[in-house]
Design a protein around this ligand. Structure first.
Ligand code: ATP
Length: 756
């Protein structure tokens, strides 16, 4: 990368044909220069790409709808185009069939039923870029090929993944072929329920999904929705007991307290939200953009609409209330001499036990003692105050995560019952984006590993498989290189010494510690180019991810990975007199697979967090590999959630790490549409200028004749397939529909005159 000294005068290209004089102001990150031009700061990319650039035709006033049409392709023109469109309230832009969606933080009236209907049946690119166009393409593709489709929605926290997912589901609900479909409404009503229980306010997003979600919507042969299935991934459990400043716990707690009647609150022993330790750590109980009381009514309606029984609903509120009371249970040392934990007060504990309908004495003992069984004999070892607090928090986390699992299972039992085998589906993946905090832990390692896998899936589909096919079909092609992230995936997960395998093994040795885990990682991977060994002796290791370098702090890695829910707690909850509580603790326990990371089932080994996550991620990727994918790249334009504010540097970072430039390059010069000779001929034969001669031509010559007849340019003919650019397919389809219309008019004329 060219490095300009501070003070150098440079030309800065901010878009095609737009050259501005600028001055290098300072050094930025990664040896980049910050250049000031026209009162704005730009990154080095603009300037370095400038050398030798001549003034060209300006791009249209509102930018290019599809970036592959940019005549000059580089980061500057890409960013300029997106910014230009964004300024004109155009938040969507294509890169071929990939949709870039820039969060407007402002609700435009572009998601109504009329707009949905306008996109129905249209080929991608026929109308301006829109999330509905992607949903429509998936629907058309599914119906035409009877093949499962999936839409991968990716982006950072707050980039707009959940909103895009909801819009896709809404679109499918509007255009699916059934006129009144109760199940469709139930699928849509599941969203506010999952948002209440799985979303929370974070610094980056007021409505951040704290779990990953894969929603499959199933369709029958007529294209009517007949059910759905939701799979959830890695709910953030730590939020139940801790949230940072200006953040909150899960919405449902605040909504319940705001929305329940006083009588009901009394029954649950609840008062104002700021009285509960688990709710008041973030200094902000309520905030402007959310009306908890209104959202509670919405949640209630959704629960009733789905047909969740009153006893179950009641059980849910008791469980939620029990968590809040549990959080207020405090401990102190018995005396100066005796540091073991005793209860500071017992009111909160009493109310908690009442809510759960469990025996107080048993919970008292369990919270302050560790139970061990040796040769059939039971021992209770007293806990220190810190350990008792940990036991309390572990119980709270287990209560909530069991409730969340039950909720997802319940929703699935309503919307995914008795589906016939021949259904095809459109799935939407809305999963946490790449995370890089000041302190990163096991959760971030799992999340970033998932993102590595998804990036690999994207690269595989967009680059590798496509280019392999070009080679096989021997078309004229110069390979486009893309950074291969397989080595990073191997570092994290390859058997037997991937980091997660080392963690899994260590988690099963009682004597292992976080330090011994880290030592093994250093020992095995110090020479790995993707692994960063810290210079000082600290409890961290680093990974060079495709999206940047991340340092992971291994403190508590083993505990977090073991995630042991003590048997004595389980037994107490299974014995609850409240049937809802006893049922969910019996149910979820029997549902746990005994799985290790190596994939072997064992009786003794309890599944660890890493093992369960890796297993569900692998099965997700396997499912997705069988689908035809669409990609939506959500971009966060600024950090302060302000409407229509486009910070170039922030956008550029996201475009860079998601490989958008390479993507545009391959979409621009590549041929994403592939049809075998027969399919092409049967679809477009009547576009041939000379239809009589077409029959005598070989398939290859015939196809070439048809393409020349419509003056198409972006195509290549391989050994057995025709390769088309998306624009070429559009030209063919448009010409076809004009021809059909013209033929219809002739037929109508003929019928009309023959009746005279
Ligand atoms: N298309 C859109 N139109 C208007 N506002 C939007 C749109 N997409 C997102 N937003 C706004 O941005 C906020 C954050 O979006 P969203 O919750 O979808 O982000 P996310 O990528 O799912 O984040 P997280 O990973 O934290 O869940 C929304 O609450 C909404 O205010």
């Amino acid at each position: 990368m060219t490095d300009f000294p501070v003070g150098t005068l440079v030309w800065v290209e901010v878009g095609e044909g737009y050259l501005l004089p600028g001055k290098v102001k300072a050094k930025g990150k990664n040896n980049n220069s910050i250049i000031e031009a026209n009162g704005k700061e730009h990154c080095i990319a603009f300037a370095q790409l400038l050398q030798g650039v001549k003034k060209r035709d300006a791009i249209p006033e509102k930018g290019m709808e599809d970036m592959i049409k940019l005549s000059q392709l580089h980061e500057g023109s890409m960013l300029y185009n997106l910014n230009l469109r964004y300024k004109h309230d155009l938040i969507y832009t294509y890169t071929g069939s990939i949709l870039i969606a820039i969060n407007p933080y402002h609700l435009f009236d572009i998601y109504n039923v009329e707009t949905a209907r306008a996109y129905e049946g249209q080929l991608l690119g026929a109308l301006p870029p829109h999330i509905f166009a992607i949903a429509n393409s998936a629907y058309m593709h599914m119906n035409a090929n009877r093949q499962n489709q999936c839409v991968v929605v990716s982006g950072e926290s707050g980039a707009g993944k959940t909103e895009s997912t909801k819009l896709i589901l809404q679109y499918l609900a509007i255009i699916n072929k059934s006129t009144h479909n109760l199940i469709t409404e139930k699928i849509l009503e599941a969203t506010p329920i999952l948002e209440s229980f799985g979303n929370a306010k974070t610094i980056r997003n007021d409505n951040s999904s704290r779990f990953g979600k894969y929603t499959e919507v199933f369709f029958d042969k007529q294209g009517c929705i007949e059910g759905a299935k939701i799979s959830d991934y890695l709910l953030e459990k730590s939020r139940i007991v801790f949230h940072a400043d200006e953040e909150r716990n899960y919405h449902v707690f605040y909504e319940m307290i705001s929305g329940l009647s006083q009588e009901h609150l009394d029954k649950l022993g609840l008062s104002a939200a700021d009285k509960y330790f688990y709710l008041n750590q973030g200094r902000g109980i309520s905030f402007e953009s959310k009306n908890d009381s209104q959202d509670f009514q919405r949640l209630n309606e959704a629960i009733d609409f789905l047909g969740i029984q009153d006893t179950e609903k009641d059980g849910v509120f008791h469980l939620l209330a029990s968590i809040l009371h549990l959080g207020n249970v405090c401990f102190r040392a018995k005396s100066k001499e005796d540091q073991f934990a005793s209860f500071k007060n017992t009111e909160a504990l009493d109310v908690c036990c009442n809510q759960l309908q469990i025996t107080k004495e048993r919970l008292r003992v369990a919270l302050t003692h560790k139970r061990t069984v040796t040769r059939g004999e039971e021992f209770h070892t007293p806990l220190l105050v810190e350990q008792a607090l940990d036991a309390r928090d572990a119980l709270a986390k287990a209560l909530y995560s069991h409730l969340f699992n039950w909720l997802v299972m319940k929703i699935n039992s309503i919307v995914y019952a008795n589906l016939p085998k021949y259904s095809v589906s459109i799935a939407v993946l809305d999963i946490f984006g790449f995370e890089m905090f000041q302190v990163n832990s096991l959760e971030q390692l799992c999340i970033n590993y998932a993102n590595e896998q998804l990036q690999y899936y994207f690269n595989e589909y967009i680059f590798h498989l496509e280019q392999q096919e070009y080679m096989k079909e021997k078309i004229d092609w110069k390979t486009i290189e893309v950074r291969d992230n397989q080595p990073c995936i191997d570092l994290i997960s390859k058997f037997p010494i991937g980091l997660l395998h080392i963690l899994d093994d260590e988690s099963h040795f009682p004597k292992s510690t976080d330090e011994s885990f880290l030592d093994k990682c250093h020992h095995e991977h110090s020479q790995n180019p993707n692994y960063i060994h810290p210079k000082q002796k600290v409890l961290v290791f680093g990974i060079r991810h495709y999206a940047g370098n991340v340092w992971y702090n291994v403190e508590y890695f083993l505990d977090k990975n073991r995630d042991v829910f003590r048997n004595d707690f389980v037994n107490i909850l299974q014995d609850s007199k409240l049937q809802f509580i006893s049922t969910i603790f019996n149910q979820t326990l029997t549902n746990q697979p005994n799985q290790t990371l190596a994939g072997t089932a064992t009786r003794k080994r309890m599944p660890t967090v890493a093992a369960k996550f890796t297993q569900s991620l692998n099965s997700l990727i396997d499912t997705m590999k069988k689908c035809h994918p669409f990609f939506v790249r959500c971009i966060k334009p600024n950090e302060d959630k302000s409407s229509l504010n486009f910070i170039e540097k922030l956008v550029l970072e996201q475009l860079r790490y998601s490989g958008m430039l390479e993507t545009i390059r391959i979409r621009k010069s590549g041929y994403p549409i592939r049809l075998d000779f027969d399919s092409f001929l049967s679809r477009f034969h009547f576009l041939a200028r000379n239809k009589e001669k077409l029959r005598e031509m070989s398939p290859k010559v015939g196809i070439s004749h048809i393409l020349k007849s419509v003056n198409a340019t972006g195509f290549q003919i391989g050994q057995s397939k025709v390769f088309l650019r998306e624009t070429t397919e559009l030209i063919l389809e448009k010409t076809k529909s004009i021809e059909i219309q013209a033929k219809c008019v002739i037929i109508q004329k003929f019928v009309f005159y023959s009746q005279l």
